[in-house]
Design a protein around this ligand. Structure first.
Ligand code: SAH
Length: 469
């Protein structure tokens, strides 16, 4: 995608004359899909991270490729009207935020354009059906989950921090503008304990030391807090003191869990957990239902926007009593379960066994008895359901970034659902899949981009399709 974009941007450019370390004055005119600024120098597209459309700047060429180049913003000559002062001392150094240097309005415009460009150009969708992006009311502190690597700073103090982009170098920082404020005090108390008890910190090179990650989750609606320590051990020295310090200082603390990860791996959590306090899970509410959140279970990181997204999906699904719904790529079942009271039957399909277990538990916890969950590859399950004679009135598709793919689209099309609601986290694969559905006789009726992850370049889209006949 990026290459296509650059090639297109550089159309008509002569042989590339740009050289490494040369400095040029130019204006940023566009963004890549990853949110880097793009300018044209001698007709060649130059990709400049941290630059903003409308910036006039001196750009230093860092690397040249066949018909595009990478540059660095050397000096800002005239700042774009969309520029804002970053309020984070490590933005640009940590991989978390793409857009702390532009206003939230400009970020939403970028996301709207990204979705429109993909759907119109690749998907052949009429731009009229694309509605305005649903922005986040609070674009900061929306993340209800933090997995903070533990490190020792240059003064020998135990700290938590963030990984630098594409690296395992930890940049120490005690708070983050994306994460729930509920994590700040929990982090402070944990660090007080770790430093006073001089607990060792894990070193991935030597595979020695104990503390690996501080893992925090907060249920926004119920205000319940979970503290989980990921350790290279099945016991912590002075763990009772940790629990009493946390329970004393954190009124909303519901559970403290030790996650045991003794593997030499980049994967953050291990498979085993031991409860140090409480039941090992917190409970949140989403779309009027209760969901259990344990260290290993999946839950949307932006609860409020997830509720909006599911609300739009429910609107598009427009379910009537007695209809049949398939929730494909259902994860822990949240989308389908939020619509279960409106349907005769719900079938959820998901490939990860643990997620299916959680989906069944979520159905039982919410006294939902018309739901069936199948642990399988989506295409295989669709084929089995079709062979079983299942005729869904509506199918919700919420695939991972790579999209649904041809095989599933073929089977789903043959099932002839009245409505397909496609929830996507990647506009390009969504557009490709829409085109395939179009060839099978389905037309896109409505599309709404939703900003689930402010300050990053990611954007979700919900599309309603129905059969033309
Ligand atoms: N609908 C859920 C989760 C969506 S994320 C929610 O809103 O929370 C996409 C899900 O698709 C993940 O849970 C992933 O495990 C699952 N998945 C990925 N590939 C799959 C496949 N080939 N078949 C079925 N499920 C798959």
């Amino acid at each position: 995608m990026v290459l296509d974009f650059f090639e297109e941007m550089s159309k008509g450019a002569d042989i590339l004359e740009l050289k490494k370390n040369d400095i040029y004055t130019s204006e940023i005119t566009d963004y890549t899909i990853e949110g880097s600024g793009v300018c044209k120098i001698d007709g060649v597209a130059v990709f400049v991270p941290g630059a903003c459309v409308g910036d006039k700047a001196e750009i230093r060429i860092l690397k040249t490729a066949k018909n595009y180049a990478y540059g660095k913003l050397e000096k800002l000559i005239e700042a774009s009207k969309d520029r804002t002062e970053s309020d984070c001392i490590i933005s640009g150094k940590c991989g978390g935020c793409t857009f702390r240097h532009i206003s939230y309005e400009a970020e939403l415009q970028f996301k709207q354009k990204r979705v429109t460009d993909a759907l119109v150009r690749i998907g052949g969708v009429d731009s009229e059906i694309i509605e305005d992006i649903i922005g986040c009311e609070e674009p900061d502190h929306y993340r209800n989950k933090a997995q903070l690597p533990i490190t020792v700073d240059k003064d020998g103090k135990i700290r938590v921090g963030f990984f630098a982009p594409r690296s395992h170098r930890v940049i120490p920082l005690d708070s983050c503008a994306l994460q729930s404020k509920a994590f700040e005090l929990a982090t402070e108390v944990f660090l007080e304990w770790a430093n006073s008890e001089k607990i060792s910190v894990y070193d991935e090179k030597t595979h020695s030391g104990i503390l690996r990650h501080l893992y925090l989750r907060h249920a926004k609606k119920t205000d319940e807090l979970m503290v989980c320590i990921v350790a290279n051990a099945d016991k912590l020295r002075h763990e009772k003191r940790l629990v009493s310090m946390l329970t004393e200082r954190l009124g909303n603390l519901k559970t403290v869990v030790l996650n045991i990860n003794q593997e030499k791996t980049n994967v953050i959590t291990g498979k085993k957990c031991r409860n140090l306090f409480g039941d090992g899970y917190i409970t949140d509410e989403l779309c009027g239902l209760k969901f259990r959140i344990s260290p290993l279970s999946f839950y949307q990181v932006n609860r409020d926007q997830a509720e909006r997204l599911y609300g739009i999906a429910a609107d598009f699904a427009d379910l009537k009593q007695g209809e049949n719904l398939i929730d494909m790529y259902c994860g822990t079942g949240t989308i389908g379960l939020s619509m279960a009271d409106r349907v005769g039957s719900l079938i959820g399909v998901e490939i990860i066994p643990q997620a299916i277990e959680d989906a069944k538990k979520n159905a039982a916890d919410n006294k939902i008895s018309n739901a069936e969950f199948i642990c399988s590859n989506a295409a295989q399950a669709a084929k089995q359901l079709k062979d079983r004679g299942v005729c869904p009135d509506c199918i919700v598709l919420d695939p991972p970034r790579k999209g649904c793919g041809k095989e599933l689209i073929e089977i789903v099309s043959e099932m002839l659902p009245k409505r397909i609601v496609y929830v996507s986290c990647d506009p390009a694969t969504l557009a490709r899949d829409i085109k395939l559905f179009e060839e099978k006789g389905f037309t896109s009726k409505k599309a709404v981009p939703v900003d689930m992850f402010p300050r990053t370049c990611h954007v979700e889209t919900v599309v309603l399709m129905s059969h033309s006949i």
